[in-house]
Design a binder for this molecule. Structure first.
Ligand code: SAM
Length: 228
């Protein structure tokens, strides 16, 4: 999978995604993530990319031409139009299911807005889907792009060590994950549940499923209402 990120602050995004599991997957060639600075595609002599909003009002709006030029350059290189996602508080709220759907795409382009956002015509012209990371407003699309990229890329086959790693995780099947324990067997007087030390795989599976249901009921009963 290939991910292109259009941003005014590439360093913000590159640093985070170069670390840990997503960084390792890039080094192993399983995924490729590239940030492009929209400012490099400005035709203004001062490399300007924003202007005042028509009709007045506070803040600045990102102009359509530099974004479109960057998009055209990426399309030209790829030889095909990528699936374009605009990070926006007005978009579809990110969920595990949406991350799963996006992980099936071969090439995604993520557009990060800043200031008051982007000129509406660029959304009409190139954007396939607007995605929000929640009902609140951040200063820019870079943190949302990192969140989306991480959630999607870890579902690409080969990024995690085995499919098990995410198929039992919270939200994959509409439930929260069971509690996890590691060494030592006793900490501050609290012991690890006996069944996990028993080596009896069928009992461990049953216990984990029961715990999964129990904690979903306790912490997120709304998820159980949605699940058949
Ligand atoms: N004026 C816009 C509005 O009211 O809908 C908000 C613009 S916001 C200050 C600047 C940029 O941050 C947006 O263009 C978007 O890319 C990003 N952003 C802010 N909150 C977001 C969220 N919850 N999810 C995804 N992107 C977000």
């Amino acid at each position: 999978m290939k991910v292109d990120i259009l941003t005014l602050f590439p360093e913000m995004v590159e640093g985070v995604l170069a670390e840990s599991i997503i960084g390792r997957a890039q080094k192993n060639g399983i995924i490729s993530i590239r940030c492009t600075n929209i400012r490099d595609f400005s035709t203004d002599k001062h490399r300007r990319v924003d202007d005042y909003p028509y009709g007045g009002g506070s803040g600045m709006v990102m102009q359509p031409e530099p974004i479109y030029n960057a998009y055209r350059s990426i399309c030209g290189e790829a030889g095909k139009k990528p699936f374009v996602v605009y990070m926006s508080p007005q978009g579809k709220v990110l969920s595990q299911q949406l991350a799963k759907d996006l992980s099936q795409k071969r090439h995604i382009l993520i557009l990060c807005g800043h200031y008051e956002g982007v000129d509406e015509r660029i959304i009409e012209e190139i954007v396939d889907m607007e995605v929000s990371i929640g009902d609140y407003v951040l200063t820019g699309g870079e943190i949302p792009a990192i969140v989306l990229c991480d959630a999607v890329c870890r579902l690409v086959p080969g990024v995690l060590s085995s499919e098990e790693a995410f198929s039992e995780e919270s939200h994959y099947n509409g439930l929260l994950e069971y509690p996890q324990y590691t060494r030592p067997p006793e900490f501050m007087g609290r012991t690890v549940p006996e069944v996990l030390l028993s080596g009896h795989h069928a009992n461990i599976t049953r216990w984990r499923h029961e715990q999964s249901l129990k904690r979903t009921q306790e912490k997120r009963p709304d998820l159980l209402d949605k699940k058949e």
